[in-house]
Design a protein around this ligand. Structure first.
Ligand code: SAM
Ligand code: SF4
Length: 342
């Protein structure tokens, strides 16, 4: 007998609800833990413990999982990694997923290095939007932060995405004290001049090393105050409780907007709607979970859809109340953001 599923109101598809009543609508699918960059805050240069290729979920396996998850209430699907564009023939997966995504919002997070060649193909295959990571507008600093001298190519990638209609484009900028906090206003200028949503992200303990230092975190409040010294900003009303960024438009009516993802200083866990699928087929209920849930064995073992559905529902029920970064005994994850899927 299938277990009775939690219901929200009369919505029968609301079955991905955790034990705190949060509805899970946002599935992040990591396609690989590998990357052509080595961002200092994400993937240590010395990292060499990669997922075996045979352990990566195949496109067919990912599509099957998404097909089962969508009717359970998933409204947003985001492909990420590692660098998702390292997976061969990504447009094929995009096309397969567009076929099962229903009306879900379908996006990709990328470092943009490969977008000049692939943006048009991805759009044609059914991708709706991209989010690009970019942490410095200075050529030398960009190279230092990412390990690649590729700023010009990333900027070309953003333009290729725009030309392909993969907008509105968001730019993720992780701000780290001592590295790039001096560029916050430059990024606000970039948002205005290129009509983009720049989202400043507080530095999180996800670099796979135990040496994350709270002193390097630049708070959203500090970044907001810095930008306000230059531009008058007006808050943009949240469209949903699960929206992670506090967003602001420019009061003078200029295009673009800025937002702040304040995971550390103002956690938003009580509105969290996310579930993550790692590249090797584990479900993670939080970026900072200390455990993951092996879904690949079920899928690869030929389990029927009902069993996979039950597993998704049961896993979501174990979702943590909050990330706990600010609690006394918190230990940074030994897994990198690249392997979890950002
Ligand atoms: N490679 C793609 C990219 O960089 O956009 C997708 C994967 S990346 C892990 C996803 C996002 O996680 C990026 O926007 C990145 O800036 C963010 N990220 C990685 N490590 C982080 C950390 N320690 N703190 C905050 N954000 C981080
Ligand atoms: Fe690669 Fe993205 Fe991590 Fe940078 S943030 S190392 S681009 S996965």
């Amino acid at each position: 007998m299938p277990r009775e599923l939690p219901m929200l109101g009369n919505t029968p598809d609301a079955s991905l609800v955790d034990s705190f009543g949060r509805r899970i609508t946002d599935l992040r699918v990591s396609l690989t833990d590998r990357c052509n960059f080595r961002c200092v805050y994400c993937l240590p240069h010395e990292h060499n413990d990669w997922i075996e290729r045979s352990e990566l979920l195949t496109y067919e396996e990912i599509t099957r999982i998404v097909e089962i998850a969508v009717p359970l209430g998933i409204r947003k699907i985001r492909l990420t990694g590692g660098e998702p564009l390292l997976r061969r023939d990504l447009p094929r997966l995009v096309e397969m997923l567009s076929g099962v995504a229903g009306g879900a919002d379908f996006a990709l997070t990328t470092n943009a290095y490969f977008l000049p060649d692939s943006a048009a193909k991805l759009a044609e295959a059914g991708l709706r939007r991209v989010t690009v990571s970019l942490d410095s507008m200075k050529t030398a600093k960009f190279a230092l932060l990412t390990g690649r001298d590729a700023l010009a190519r990333v900027l070309d990638g953003i333009e290729a995405a725009r030309a392909a209609g993969l907008g509105p484009i968001k730019v993720n900028c992780v701000v780290i004290r001592g590295f790039n906090e001096d560029e916050v206003v430059d990024f606000a200028d970039f948002a205005r001049s290129h009509d983009l949503a720049v989202r400043f992200i507080e530095y999180m303990p996800l670099d796979g090393r135990p040496d994350w230092d709270r002193k390097q975190v630049v708070s959203g409040a500090e970044m907001l105050a810095t930008i306000r010294e230059r531009y008058a900003l007006e808050p943009v009303e949240r469209t949903s409780r699960s929206e992670t960024a506090s967003r602001y438009r420019f009061a003078d009516g200029a295009p673009g907007e800025v937002g702040f993802i304040t995971t550390i200083t103002e956690p938003f866990c009580d509105g969290c709607s996310r579930l993550r699928l790692t590249a090797d087929g584990r479900l993670r209920t939080c970026l900072f979970s200390s455990r993951s849930h092996d879904l690949k064995s079920l899928v690869r073992g030929g389990a029927p859809a009902d069993q996979i559905r039950e597993f998704l529902v049961a896993t979501v029920r174990t979702k943590e109340a909050a990330h706990g970064i600010n609690e006394p005994g918190f230990t940074p994850s030994a897994e990198t953001m690249a392997s979890i899927g950002g």
